[in-house]
Design a protein around this ligand. Structure first.
Ligand code: NAD
Length: 400
């Protein structure tokens, strides 16, 4: 083992952080699932004694039949319906201001990770009017109670409905960063498969590959595993390999849609304590810099980074491959089959093996953001420094 001084510091930090994670009480949201579970919002609000929810969504969802029907059952609410993919900090500030002005008493976020994260970040600003979003970037910087939060995913990918993270982008610098705090974990997650039926096949695939990336990266981050983490990751991986191709082929297959929502949720629970890894650190820089959808960036990066980890990940990838019934044989054969399976799925879904927009001129900035995100927090199998991230980004952009 040949570790540099800063990598030794990273590993010590991760050992200490891992001890803390294992003794924290595990608290996830209450789950309400099944077809048309969305119609139970009113019942939940009544039970919680909330009278004026702030609904946060985007321009596509606001026009959908399920959204219009669900809002029809509410007596009073405020509506922000202009969240765009990769929400920026200006949008978050608008939501927080509207919440305060209109005296709302809870959040209902309906949409993909972008809509849920915009609302989660706004809830952090409401809890902490004294801190900017930038100041809350990183870990445990909110530390105050946030409003009651109902999260309703319409993609099966990010797991934001059960995670402690809210990812936002600074519109001036293009820096995409995460605010991570236990207070940001939603109180309720409504997993209604009917809401994901309208998701087009390519978005179904890329968001599903995001969930796979969460499960795989969390599985590799052993120092942060709680007792339940490996099982959550394995089950999520097996379900995604089985049900994502079905949801892709048959968008109205409610069984596949529900299983994908459960898988994304389990992967979210796993990574909210075990963290993600170098795939995500690099994907966030690509998303922030070039607006490449998050799931797409992860799908392209995942096999490249796993291959780069090499022998260090053979055993855990082989475990996952065997559990998902993808391969049998030696660790090395099973790990190779696992990576190949990801490549095959990407090809079936029409996901490319590289991203064209990456420019050599941006690599320094992107690599330093990625290092800042990953180290020392993520207990990854191989710690990447700036040069290592640049090599990976070059490979993803086919620059060399
Ligand atoms: P998204 O929310 O950005 O949505 C992508 C597109 O899909 C949008 O155009 C949206 O309108 C459309 N869409 C969503 N649901 C639809 C439906 N049912 N039918 C038709 N169209 C629909 O995509 P996402 O992948 O869910 O979220 C990505 C964001 O989440 C990124 O910013 C990413 O960084 C963040 N993220 C957050 C976490 C977390 O824990 N908070 C984890 C992973 C990713």
């Amino acid at each position: 083992m040949d570790l540099k001084l800063d990598q030794i510091y990273d590993r010590l930090y991760q050992s200490a952080f891992g001890l803390g994670i294992r003794i924290l009480p595990g608290k996830g949201p209450q789950v309400v699932s099944g077809a048309h579970a969305l119609n139970r919002i009113n019942e939940i609000l009544e039970k919680e004694g909330k009278l004026h929810p702030m609904i946060v969504t985007g321009p596509r969802i606001v026009k959908s039949e399920f959204f219009v029907n669900a809002c029809g059952t509410l007596k009073e609410y405020s509506l922000f319906s202009d969240v765009r993919p990769d929400p920026d900090t200006k949008t978050v500030e608008k939501i927080a201001a509207m919440y305060t002005q209109e005296r709302c008493d809870c959040f209902v976020a309906i949409g993909g990770g972008s809509n849920m994260d915009a609302a989660k970040a706004a809830s952090a600003r409401i809890a902490r009017p004294d801190r900017t979003l930038q100041e809350m970037g990183g870990t445990l910087k909110v530390r105050r109670r946030t409003p009651l939060f109902l999260a309703v995913p319409t993609t099966a990918g990010t797991g934001s409905e059960c995670t402690v993270a809210a990812v936002v982008t600074d519109p001036e610098t293009h820096h995409k960063y995460s605010i991570n705090d236990f207070v940001l974990c939603p109180d309720y997650a409504i997993l209604d498969p009917v809401l994901t039926v309208s998701l087009p096949p390519f978005l179904t695939a890329t968001t599903g590959m995001d969930a796979l990336t969460h499960a795989v990266e969390a599985y590799l981050n052993r120092p942060y595993h709680r007792r339940e983490t490996p099982g959550q990751c394995r089950e999520a991986v097996r379900a995604i390999f089985r049900y994502l191709p079905e949801a892709f082929k048959k968008p109205d297959n409610l069984k596949a849609r529900q299983e994908m929502l459960f898988a994304s949720f389990k992967a979210g629970l796993a990574f909210t304590t075990a963290c993600v890894g170098n795939v995500h650190a690099a994907a966030h820089t690509i998303g922030g810099m070039y607006h490449v959808p998050h799931g797409l960036a992860n799908a392209v990066l995942l096999p490249i980074v796993l291959e780069d980890y090499g022998k260090k990940v053979e055993r855990p990838l082989a475990d996952l491959a065997r559990f998902a019934h993808i391969a049998a044989g030696t660790d090395s054969e099973c790990a190779a089959a696992f990576i190949q399976k990801i490549r095959d799925m990407n090809r079936t879904f029409g996901i490319p093996d590289h991203i064209e927009k990456i420019s050599e001129d941006d690599l320094d900035q992107m690599a330093s953001w990625a290092v800042q995100e990953a180290n020392p927090l993520y207990p990854v199998p191989v710690i990447y420094d700036r040069e290592h991230f640049k090599r990976i980004l070059r490979r993803v952009g086919q620059l060399s």
